[in-house]
Design a protein around this ligand. Structure first.
Ligand SMILES: *Cc1c(COP(=O)(O)O)cnc(C)c1O
Length: 395
């Protein structure tokens, strides 16, 4: 390899040495309660396919209908080549679903954060208050803004208030951004209190509801609905890559906010829209969520069941308030061994280690789905018990 590129091999080797090099499995089946890997079937506890919609026949059918009618690609960015009817239809349906005045659909949840933060608070005079456990896409979005970023301790309202007090009166705009559901522990942001405090200090509130969309609130309408905060949260960011089972990001809020984002956000101005199949599949997901709460209810029941069963046999499942079920093992190497042994026993559940979670709290994060049957979950618990006893983690 050419000399200036030698760092690639060196860095990759260092990652391998430190156990930080990730193995990415090849999945030979659709995403579902089970997945096929190297010809074998595994119980899938890794995906964010909360409602099992990734391979739902209703999504597949809607995609086929829309592709027949509209083709595939959007042609160019929307401000140049125009917006296709399916995109407008999805934006209207999502706004209605979430009880917001308007919505705009972006390419991903990641892009939606990049569209919100640098657009609303671009200047070096501005101040961003950011929860210390916010998602990487929020951190990167903050880096794209010139604003001062003030991190407050995770969900600590006293620390938040102290920071707001410290920076109040600073010129420019002030904006707070928080995950709605924190993905590694499954805890929920204290949104009612955050909204109240921010109102007092005149701070814009942005919530990224990626893990709450299709999960929290009535029929999966998200964190704002969960707390009954309609009209009180300035900006709701979301993703359709999790519970919706597809891909795409969404921003919901006032008509003026959405108009502003449409006109000024760089991911909308300089990157093309989602494809017609993505939009069609998302429309089918909204249809399914609006028709019935059945999947959302089953997801919650499955999450409660798995947590209860795993903690009953002695595992530490943390303080999750959502279907996210962490099984805290402790040391990184133990969590990795645990995950490898689960895999040998037919369970696909990845270990999550430092720097994604603090040192000493390495874990297996179980993501349950409405698609899992009770038999699937019982089998998973049995395999966790077997490996846990083999490793001396439970008695
Ligand atoms: C998953 C996630 C995202 C990224 O969503 P994509 O649509 O996959 O890009 C953004 N924010 C949070 C909080 C997430 O959990």
């Amino acid at each position: 390899m050419a000399v200036p590129m030698k760092f690639l091999t060196e860095d990759l080797e260092a990652m391998k040495r430190d156990g930080l090099y990730g193995t990415i499995r090849t999945i030979e089946s659709p995403q579902g309660a089970w997945v096929k890997i190297a010809g074998k079937d595994y119980i899938n506890l890794c995906s964010n396919n909360y409602l099992g919609l990734c391979n739902d026949p209703r999504l597949v059918k809607k995609v086929k209908d829309y592709v027949d009618k509209y083709g595939i690609g959007p042609g160019a960015v929307r401000t140049i080549a125009g917006t296709m009817i399916p995109h407008i239809e999805l934006e209207r349906r999502l706004a209605e679903f979430k009880g917001a005045d308007a919505a705009i659909v972006l390419q991903s949840g990641f892009c939606a954060n990049l569209a919100v933060i640098p657009t609303l608070v671009p200047s070096a005079d501005d101040t961003i208050y950011s929860d210390s456990l916010n998602h990487a896409s929020i951190i990167d979005a903050c880096r794209l803004s010139k604003a001062k970023v003030v991190r407050y301790e995770h969900s600590n309202l006293d620390d938040l208030t102290a920071k707001l007090e410290e920076f109040k009166g600073a010129p420019g705009k002030h904006l707070l951004v928080t995950d709605g559901v924190f993905s590694m522990d499954g805890d929920i942001a204290k949104l009612p209190e955050i909204v109240e405090i921010c109102e007092k200090y005149g701070v814009i509130v942005v919530v990224d509801d990626a893990h709450g969309e299709g999960v929290l609130g009535r029929g999966g309408r998200g964190i704002v609905d969960h707390f009954g905060l309609h009209g009180k949260v300035d900006v709701e960011v979301g993703t359709m890559s999790k519970a919706f089972g597809v891909m795409g990001g969404v921003i919901a809020g006032s008509t003026t906010l959405i108009d502003y984002i449409r006109q000024k956000a760089r991911p909308n101005l300089f990157s093309s829209a989602l494809t017609v199949p993505d939009i069609a599949a998302n429309l089918a997901s909204v249809d399914i969520l609006e028709e019935s709460e059945e999947l959302v209810t089953r997801l919650r029941e499955n999450g409660d069941f798995l947590k209860m069963e795993l903690s009953a046999i002695g595992f530490n499942t943390g303080n999750s308030e959502t279907p996210i079920t962490p099984v805290i093992i402790g040391e990184a190497q133990d969590a990795k061994t645990f995950s490898a042994k689960l895999f040998e026993n037919g369970v696909f559940a990845t270990a999550i280690v430092f720097p994604t979670v603090p040192k000493g709290t390495a874990r297996i994060r179980c993501m349950v789905s409405a698609a899992h049957s009770r038999d699937d979950l019982n089998l998973a618990v049995e395999r966790f018990a077997k490996v846990g006893r083999e490793m001396g983690i439970i008695l």
